[in-house]
Write a protein that binds this ligand. Structure first.
Ligand code: GRF
Length: 205
């Protein structure tokens, strides 16, 4: 499938940058943020990538918000969405319209350390508290809940003795920047199918 990708980002946007700068097999056609001050918007500008702010809090009701979101996606011919540090829940109507065509990246090895409340530094703090020797990053398809959709790929990252949450976050983020563009390239190659919760990566021919 020729991917025309929208990247949704609320924060610094380092994953967005990695996705943009490795976009050989897919095209990034839009950046969407809920925050006018998101770093991702500056990165979009630097790369001449169209960007817009759609803030759910600025709409009188959910239906108007959904209509605006779907409107900008259609207007830019978006056929696939990558969430990269996007902190708003994707409305059910958008998940349905883009069924199995939305990916998210999470900075831990799902299904552990995921779900509501597990975002940002909280994820890494929980990993350290649990004392596990291994963490990582997960790219998964998005369903209507937080971090529960079918898993596409994961990268493992060791927890080092004496790690702070910040050190761990930095080590995981470095892997995210490799993993996410790879995951998107896999989808773009047409080798990925999703059936229920099962993701299959077919061999290259
Ligand atoms: C990443 O750790 C990602 O896994 C999580 O939010 C963070 C976003 O970082 N969902 P950035 O904005 O891409 O730098």
């Amino acid at each position: 499938m020729q991917l025309r990708l929208a990247v949704f980002a609320s924060g610094g946007g380092s994953n967005f940058r990695a996705i943009l700068e490795n976009s050989r097999s897919y095209e990034v056609v839009l950046c969407v943020s809920n925050r006018a001050s998101a770093g991702a918007l500056t990165i979009a500008k630097e790369h001449d990538t169209p960007a817009c702010v759609v803030n759910p809090k600025e709409f009188a009701n959910k239906a108007d918000y959904v209509q605006e979101l779907l409107g900008v996606l259609r207007q830019h011919g978006v056929n696939f969405i990558a969430l990269a540090g996007y902190l708003c829940k994707i409305p059910g109507a958008v998940v349905s319209e883009y069924s199995n065509r939305i990916l998210n990246i999470h900075p831990a090895l799902l299904p552990d350390f995921g779900g509501k409340g597990f975002y940002g530094m909280r994820v890494h703090e929980a990993v350290l508290r649990a004392g596990v020797p291994m963490t990582g990053a997960t790219v998964h398809f998005v369903d209507e809940e937080y971090d529960t959709g079918p898993i596409l790929v994961q990268a493992r990252v060791p927890v080092m003795p004496g790690d702070t949450a910040q050190q761990l976050a930095t080590r995981v983020l470095r892997e995210e920047h490799v993993l996410y563009p790879k995951a998107l390239s896999l989808v773009a190659s047409g080798r990925v199918t999703v059936s229920g919760r099962k993701v299959t990566i077919h061999p290259a021919t």
